[in-house]
Design a protein around this ligand. Structure first.
Ligand code: ZN
Length: 121
């Protein structure tokens, strides 16, 4: 996953939302949920976001990244577990290969914090 392309998609999504708002709110913080299994580096994402939002409608907007852990479900054990890369993501109890991911692949905008601007022109 390339953080630069991701950031472009993120900005595009937020822009579409923003332009649909009748009053063009002043965005304060964008909350993102990023799963550990997406291979997105939060630090790289922050960097790309800061670089791409200079001199735009998102200038100075904060990016809050909430990471969700990778959780898988083993059908043999009927249990959830947290896969380890060293174990090739297999179940720690029975070594079944990971087949059911319950969490960790999310990559979405959680919510957008904003204040309504009252500027009249
Ligand atoms: Zn198992």
């Amino acid at each position: 996953m390339h953080e630069t392309d991701m950031t472009k998609a993120l900005i595009l999504t937020v822009r579409q939302w923003w332009e649909e708002q009748p009053s063009r709110p002043q965005i304060d913080t964008i909350h993102l949920t990023v799963g550990q299994f997406t291979c997105v580096e939060p630090a790289s994402l922050q960097f790309a976001f800061a670089a791409q939002t200079q001199k735009g409608f998102l200038e100075g907007v904060k990016l809050a990244i909430h990471e969700t852990p990778l959780v898988a479900f083993c059908h043999a054990c009927q249990e959830e577990y947290k896969p380890k890369i060293g174990l090739h993501y297999s179940c720690p109890s029975c070594q079944s290969p990971m087949e059911d991911i319950r969490s960790g692949r999310e990559l979405k905008i959680d919510r957008i914090e904003y204040t309504q601007s009252c500027v009249e022109i």
